[in-house]
Design a binder for this molecule. Structure first.
Ligand code: GLN
Length: 481
């Protein structure tokens, strides 16, 4: 068995090879991965719960299939971490919230089932901002996550634990969720690859709802190929989620290896105004690299980008206020007693939710209330259509879009926590992808002078993840040494 010191750099391909050559068994790998993750976790707080029993049961299954000479799954033996907003049967799922501190789900999310069917080994649940609301992972009721690349900095959010574990090497791949940027922004901050698929590409069944029309499940990995493998395994229609799509799924591996020569990539001017010179010049270099590989770079405009932040914070909070109504002290876990039923609701929610969640529920309730609905919620839905139309118009003449992920690299823990509006600006370049529902991802493209990772964002047409992976893969191959 390869020594645990090689764990931090393991990839899906390497695990496959190792199992085939019998360098290690799935059980040995699972045990080593768990021991390593448990020992390293105090540095970052990326995991909230470990699931050794479940991990060893799946690993044993993989080993017995290998012993019988059966073909093994595409993710056989791969240590997987799952963001704690995605339910896992029998394994505690907190959503980073006190209100679900002891919640043990009675079922599995479809995405998790599909990955396990391919042999993935769930080793634990990843820390995140409470109910996925945040950009720094400082809103978790279980303490912040530290960025493994600079321990005094945030890993980004809300999928901070998922990104940090892949960067730290305590998981080979992880699942995150993205409603406004929560996969791409932490991927960029931690220097790993993170993918937000097309809305509807991956079933949301078992993803605890934040804003249902914006929520996506997607993978984190150390390279583009591993992200593609995970997405391939979990994509596709699921009758348990009526918004999951019937759209055919391309063979990502085959298509992403095609050269990018001749692809037309747009640079939206709105994403480059006001960018710090440091991030801007790293992105410019990445664009030049793709140009040198034969891509045709075109200047484009996505004119409604300036409304994205306000539009997102109306729609997301409106949907959240409705989705979070179910945590009432009757269902799920904690309850704070009260003299009357409404006192009990109030006390439970008052004690169970953190400040950011309460802020969102209040905002959402306000924008949905009679008298304000037309002015805010309805208007925001109309603006969302305009933002989506910007993308479909642009995609008439181009194959993909390149942009920064975040205006700045990872910031210091505590730096923005008292200023929600500045915090919300972290997602200024990622919100549009969710509002339009197009696939988008972050791929590492360099670092700041302080050595902090910077990600390049790639958008593609609805259901054209293959082209997005192709751009990312070719870029990665051309830049990795
Ligand atoms: N940071 C954004 C928010 O706080 C996005 C969160 C997400 O994508 N889950 O809402």
């Amino acid at each position: 068995m390869s020594t645990p010191t090689s764990l931090p750099s393991l990839t899906i391909t390497a695990i496959r090879e190792g199992l085939r050559k019998k360098d290690f068994s799935a059980k040995e790998l699972a045990e080593a991965a768990l021991a390593f993750a448990q020992a390293e976790n105090p540095k970052t707080n990326a995991y909230l719960t470990f699931s050794p029993e479940r991990a060893l049961a799946t690993a044993a299954k993989v080993d017995s299939e290998i012993a019988k000479g059966f073909p093994i799954g595409t993710l056989a033996g791969v240590p997987l971490g799952v963001k704690d907003v995605i339910v896992t049967k029998g394994v505690r799922t907190t959503c980073g919230s006190r209100i679900l501190e002891h919640y043990i789900p009675p079922y599995d999310a479809t995405a998790v089932t599909r990955l396990e069917d391919e042999g993935a080994v769930v080793i634990g649940k990843m820390n995140c901002d409470e109910f996925a609301m945040g950009s720094s992972n400082e809103n978790s009721a279980y303490g912040p996550v530290r960025n493994p690349r600079a321990l005094d900095r945030v890993p980004g959010g809300s999928s901070g634990g998922s990104a940090a574990a892949v960067a730290q090497g305590t998981a080979v791949v992880t699942l995150g969720s993205d409603t406004g940027g929560s996969i791409r922004q932490p991927a960029s901050f931690c220097g790993v690859v993170g993918v937000t698929p097309t809305y509807g590409r991956v079933s949301r069944y078992g993803l605890v709802a934040f804003a249902s029309s914006l929520d996506h499940i997607g993978p984190f990995a150390r390279n583009v190929e591993d992200c593609a493998t995970v997405l391939q395994a979990m994509a596709g229609r699921d009758d348990q989620d009526s918004t999951s799509a019937f759209a055919p799924i391309d063979d990502y591996h085959a298509l992403m290896k095609h050269p990018v020569k001749g692809l037309r990539l747009g640079l939206p001017s709105e994403y480059f105004e006001g960018l710090t010179s440091e991030t801007g010049s790293v992105i410019e270099e990445a664009v030049k690299k793709l140009e040198s590989l034969g891509c045709e770079i075109r200047k484009i405009s996505l004119p409604h980008t300036k409304y994205a932040l306000s539009c997102y914070y109306i729609i997301a909070t409106a949907e959240a206020s409705s989705n979070l109504a179910r945590y009432d002290g009757v269902r799920y876990t904690i309850r704070s007693e009260g003299a009357t039923l409404s006192d009990m609701y109030r006390n439970t929610r008052g004690a169970g939710f953190g400040a950011e969640v309460k802020r969102r529920i209040m905002l959402g309730t306000y924008v949905l209330s009679a008298g304000y609905y037309d002015a805010y919620y309805k208007k925001a839905q109309q603006v969302r259509t305009l933002i989506a139309r910007d993308f479909s118009d642009a995609f008439k003449d181009i194959d993909g879009i390149l942009a920064p992920v975040s205006p700045f690299p990872a910031f210091k823990i505590g730096e923005k926590v008292d200023d929600p509006l500045t915090m919300y600006l972290s997602d200024i370049y990622t919100l549009t992808g969710d509002l339009a529902g197009v696939p988008c991802m972050s791929v590492p493209c360099g670092q700041s002078k302080d050595g902090l990772p910077i990600g390049l964002q790639i958008f593609a047409k609805h259901f054209d993840e293959a082209t997005m992976f192709r751009v990312a893969y070719n870029y990665e191959q051309a830049t990795s040494r």
